[in-house]
Design a protein around this ligand. Structure first.
Ligand code: URA
Length: 421
């Protein structure tokens, strides 16, 4: 049957709900091989999926594992999810702001893989902080202080764990129906009533252009709404790093500065917008009214107070947060900053040890990069641009990726290519 399904999708035809359910359950239980699943994923990446197929895939994945029951938390539970960016610590600012205004947030987050960082890794840079707690304690925390962030339980959408790992090694990550079903199956399993999606667009995001980001957003919003969860997608710029730091403990510090009202202007505005949509959905009030409330709690310190309360509740000690040695990098000339190579920065931070290449790699929470200048800032020669936090700069630079090294030689290089007389 799997061979017929692969051929059908490879020919660009729509799969039925039964075929999709068959694939997901038999891949999870091991009856369908990685080889066959790869062929099917390749066909989906090539021919995409209709909205119905994507919905059916999402629901089949959702039904592969546990569903979190949040009904013992009073009030409207709102979840937030980012499709992944560079320096993306928005949850540490957005969630406390919304929670300080009474929104109930029971968030399950993942670890970083590839060029994006993970919220759980960033939280684990805080000594003592517990990211795995029992479901009962998780629910109690949200009832007590309005928010909690924990790592996804082992059995939350096992289909996504298995399919995502295969997508990652077979070049099938950047497919809109596969991303939509991956994200939405986890969001639906996590049990919140309403969902705010931060869909990143640009050089440092999965979605490089606005058209693809709109398509992805439309499908995810339709899936959420069809499942009875009011869902809204905010498409946000990911051409440049978010805020003033990339790296685990550095991003926690950057979030605190932002909650103190001293963060980067664009990052602060992004957090205000995302928090305001959470407040607007939870309280059914206008976005303008929600923005006023969020700004008030940003500048009066209530958001910061909530962040500290949440960290302490889960055992973290912010006074013990550690960053590495900072090596300063200066500008060679004066002028305006007109571009930052966001992907190169992400790779640098990952190579310093802040991120993983393979799923089980361990990471260094103390390394990263702090940015002192942003797009359109004026710089003079010898102005401080960056601090690179590492105790191992020589070793890290030893493998700077200038050369592509392959198994086979290429043709000899021609020096003179043409002569026109
Ligand atoms: N985040 C996910 O959870 N899944 C994807 O496929 C991409 C981003």
């Amino acid at each position: 049957m799997i061979k017929d399904i692969i051929t059908k999708k490879d020919n660009g035809l729509e799969l039925t709900k039964e075929e999709i359910e068959y694939v997901v359950s038999n891949y999870v239980n091991g009856s369908i091989s990685d080889e066959d699943m790869t062929l099917l994923l390749n066909a989906i990446t090539k021919n995409s999926m209709s909205i119905e197929e994507t919905y059916d895939l999402t629901i089949a994945m959702l039904n592969s594992g546990d569903k979190i029951d949040l009904s013992s938390i009073e009030g409207i539970k709102v979840d937030k999810h980012s499709t992944g960016g560079i320096g993306d610590k928005t949850s540490f600012v957005v969630l406390p702001l919304a929670a300080s205004l009474g929104v109930k947030i029971a968030k399950m987050s993942g670890r970083g893989l590839g060029f994006t960082g993970g919220t759980i890794d960033k939280l684990e840079s805080i000594p003592g902080f517990k990211t795995s707690i029992s479901t009962n304690d998780f629910i109690k925390e949200v009832n007590d202080i309005n928010m909690a962030i924990v790592s996804q339980t082992e059995n939350l959408v096992p289909a996504d764990k298995k399919i995502y790992a295969l997508r990652d090694v077979t070049g099938n990550v950047e497919s809109i129906p596969l991303i939509a079903s991956s994200i939405m199956s986890k969001k639906l399993a996590s049990g919140s009533d309403k969902i705010v999606l931060d869909v990143k667009v640009g050089k440092g995001a999965f979605m490089k252009n606005i058209e693809d980001a709109k398509r992805l957003s439309r499908i995810m919003v339709d899936i959420g709404n069809k499942h009875g969860k009011e869902t809204i997608a905010i498409l946000t710029n990911m051409d440049y790093p978010l805020g003033n730091a990339v790296g685990n403990s550095l991003e926690v510090e950057d979030a605190i500065k932002t909650l103190e009202g001293k963060g980067d202007k664009n990052f602060t505005n992004l957090c205000i917008i995302l928090a305001s949509y959470m407040v607007s959905l939870a309280k059914s009030i206008s976005i303008e009214d929600a923005i006023d409330m969020v700004k008030t709690n940003l500048y009066n310190g209530e958001g910061l107070k909530k962040f500290k309360e949440f960290i302490k509740y889960q055992g973290g000690d912010l006074s013990k947060l550690e960053t590495n040695y900072g090596i300063e990098i200066y500008s060679r000339k004066s002028g305006y900053i007109t571009d930052i190579d966001t992907m190169k920065l992400a790779m640098l931070v990952r190579n310093l040890g802040a991120g993983r290449i393979n799923k089980d790699d361990s990471i260094d929470h103390t390394v990263g990069v702090e940015l002192f200048k942003h797009i359109n800032d004026k710089v003079e020669e010898n102005d401080l641009l960056l601090k690179v936090y590492t105790d191992d700069i020589v070793n890290k630079l030893k493998y700077l990726n200038l050369f592509t090294i392959s198994d086979n030689k290429i043709e000899d290089i021609k020096i003179v290519l043409d002569i026109i007389k």
